[in-house]
Design a protein around this ligand. Structure first.
Ligand SMILES: Cc1ncc(C[n+]2csc(CCOP(=O)(O)OP(=O)(O)O)c2C)c(N)n1
Ligand SMILES: [Mg+2]
Length: 362
């Protein structure tokens, strides 16, 4: 007789505390019970947005290279960056500027990198954090490797890999998750699902209901949160980090958000997505959501907001000046951090570039 039994079952939970109308929809975690304690989150989200707007202006006026805007994703970035400890290590994509800021990386360092000078990635405050990763998903197995090292050395550190919805279709994503699961590594994988992978919408990326459930195949828990609710992102990140740090193993956290601007300054999103969709998503804006809540709780006012905008605006201007005042590095230095011993073919190219550099100074 044929008998059927269930051999596995799983579920994916969704977390949200502050909905799109700034209403509290679940009991707030302790760090968020006093609204005034959320002001530092708000400040960093505002800073990230003003930085972002300036970076696009610098690119458009020929003073910076291609740039990937993070507008709309501030709650995901600041929630996760603030939850991490300084000794944890970040493995980001090219769009996580706010996570770096929350970790104490300076705006000048980030401008410097996007201006074509890799020394901007030599972070003074978090020197172990990894640089921007352009190849999609390759940072995920790197994070698993670092987490293995932390475990081997018995260090209470967590490797945090951040990737996009598109990256979850790469083999590297699953390979990293699988290794982390098998070795029970101190790792958190954050999928910032911003609904688009350049021109490919989420609906064509994968037919699975959530990106978080991709964790299940690797035997690790996956959960989803409202990526535009900074309380939810911080809370879930904090839980996942604590678990990883105390030997409880890896977690996948999907933060559902939206990419408000073009993929990068080299893209024109109006060629593949409708303005109505973008307008609709504006109503979920993470910064407006938190501001409205703070004002309603009498923890914030329009006057304080104006003051903040002018202070942070001045900080962005000061960082811009510092970046623009830094002379470009000589072209041959692009070879400096490639190999311990530079192959012969590159040696020749490097000496050619050095000679050109000397000639142009004569
Ligand atoms: C290995 C690799 N393949 C292709 C690309 C080209 N590429 C750059 S960004 C991108 C889409 C990534 O989408 P997603 O992971 O959702 O991140 P998002 O840009 O939305 O933050 C692709 C395919 C790349 N950089 N690396
Ligand atoms: Mg994406």
């Amino acid at each position: 007789m044929l008998t059927m039994k269930k051999v596995a079952s799983f579920e994916v939970e969704y977390f949200q505390y502050l909905n799109a109308d700034s209403q509290v929809v679940a009991e707030l975690p302790s760090f968020a019970q006093n609204a005034a304690d959320l002001i530092p989150f708000y400040r960093e989200m505002v800073l990230t947005r003003l930085f972002d707007q300036k970076a696009v202006v610098l690119q458009r006026t020929g003073r910076m290279g291609t740039y990937a805007s993070s507008e709309g994703q501030e709650a995901s970035m600041i929630g996760l960056g603030r939850a991490m400890r300084r000794e944890d290590v970040l493995f980001p994509t090219y769009r996580e500027h706010g996570v770096y800021f929350a970790r104490g990386v300076s705006m000048t360092e980030i401008f410097t990198y996007w201006g074509g000078n890799e020394s901007g990635m030599n972070f003074s405050r978090v020197p172990d954090d990894f640089p921007v990763c352009i190849p999609i998903a390759t940072q995920i197995p790197h994070a698993a490797g670092a987490a293995y090292a932390f475990k081997y050395r018995k260090q209470a550190r967590v490797a945090v890999a951040v990737c996009g919805d598109g990256a979850t279709s790469k083999g590297d994503f699953y390979e990293g998750l699988n290794a982390a699961g098998v070795w029970n590594l101190p790792c958190v994988f954050v999928v910032v699902n911003n609904q688009w992978a350049i021109s490919l919408p989420r609906s064509k990326q994968s037919v699975c209901q959530t990106m978080a459930q991709k964790a299940i195949a690797a035997g690790i828990p996956g959960e989803q949160c409202d990526g535009n609710d900074v309380i939810a992102v911080y809370d879930r990140m904090d839980q996942a980090l604590r678990k990883a740090r105390s030997g409880g193993g890896p977690t996948v956290l999907e933060a559902v958000t939206y990419r408000m601007r073009d993929h990068t300054t080299a893209d024109d999103a109006s060629r593949y997505r409708q303005q109505e969709e973008v307008d609709q998503q504006r109503k979920r804006d993470p910064i407006m959501r938190l501001k409205k809540y703070l004002v309603e709780q009498h923890a914030w006012s329009e006057e304080q907001d104006e003051q903040l905008l002018s202070e942070v605006g001045a900080d962005v201007e000061a960082a811009t000046k510092e970046y623009l005042d830094t002379p470009p590095r000589p072209p041959h230095t692009i070879f400096d951090c490639l190999y311990e011993t530079l192959p012969k073919a590159y040696l020749e190219q490097m000496s050619q570039l050095s000679k050109q550099g000397e000639a142009s100074h004569e």
